[in-house]
Design a binder for this molecule. Structure first.
Ligand code: APR
Length: 239
């Protein structure tokens, strides 16, 4: 596979669009495919408002477990390259579906989290946000007495329109759009590569299971994020 190195100075706006595969090499399980979270758990029991309404403790246990497992996971070389790029170039944005905060742990700041964050809880009733970066949730109820729920987008939840608008605006301006580790199954995020392509961005996809979506004239690298990203940007490899 021929890898064409990227000079970020050639682009005004680079968007990295990341999914669970970006964190797979850190030890964070993906959602789909063998060993995926939805192989092991039924989302209808742990990741939707109905489940929370009928059994909040069970849903919180599931998310607390996910959060505690992150303490043994660390950003990889690919995350660090993205953070280094942002330090040296303007116009670098990460639009992520991930809720694990791994980009920020690597040092990235300009991160749009489409699906929220595992590191925050939100009061069901008054909307108060409680940041919780512990392995065990500090508290499961708000001061008002209502349950705190993870501040993430579950199945069936509306997306945050402000966040979606920010993502759209930056994606429409992208001249390089690099999709990393997403199955493209969950909408509307799955439509982002097409939005960028329609506006004329160059599209690159990194995914070991990538299928050739040549309709977008992609460059497809069927490889892992942690291996491939440092090869694309060798001058930013901090290893
Ligand atoms: N590097 C790059 N890609 C990888 C790697 C890796 N090391 N390992 C796996 N992948 C790819 C898989 O081939 C798969 O196509 O990552 C993709 C992960 O897909 P999903 O598990 O479906 O994750 P994602 O696309 O982020 O899911 C979207 O679904 O359940 C919801 O809200 C959840 O944000 C999530 C959304």
């Amino acid at each position: 596979m021929k890898i064409i190195q990227i000079d970020p100075a050639q682009y005004a706006n680079i968007v990295f669009f990341t999914g669970a595969g970006m964190s797979a090499e850190c030890g964070v399980p993906t959602y789909r495919g063998s060993g995926g979270i939805w192989d092991k758990y039924n989302w209808e029991e742990v990741a939707c408002q109905n489940a929370f309404d009928s059994n909040p403790q069970k849903v919180l246990d599931f998310h607390e477990l996910r959060q505690s497992l992150l303490f043994n996971c660390y950003p990889h070389a690919g995350h660090r390259v993205l953070a280094a790029l942002e330090q040296k170039h303007s116009g670098i944005t990460i639009v992520t579906q991930n809720i694990d905060g791994m980009h920020q742990r690597a040092g990235s700041v300009n991160v749009i989290e489409l699906h929220g964050s595992l590191w925050r809880l939100r009061c069901q009733l008054d909307g108060r946000i409680v940041s919780d970066t512990n392995a065990k949730f500090k508290k499961r109820k708000c001061e008002c007495g209502a349950w705190l729920r993870p501040d993430i987008i579950w199945f069936g939840d509306p997306l945050d329109s402000g966040i979606m608008n920010r993502a759209h605006t930056i994606i429409e301006k992208a001249d390089l759009f690099i999709s990393i580790g997403t199955s493209g199954m969950v909408w509307p995020a799955a439509g982002f590569p097409k939005i960028a392509a329609d506006k004329g961005a160059k599209i690159i996809e990194i995914n070991p299971d990538a299928i050739d979506r040549s309709k977008y004239q992609h460059t497809v690298y069927p490889d892992k994020a942690g291996t491939l990203i440092p090869k694309l940007f060798p001058n930013f490899n901090t290893n």
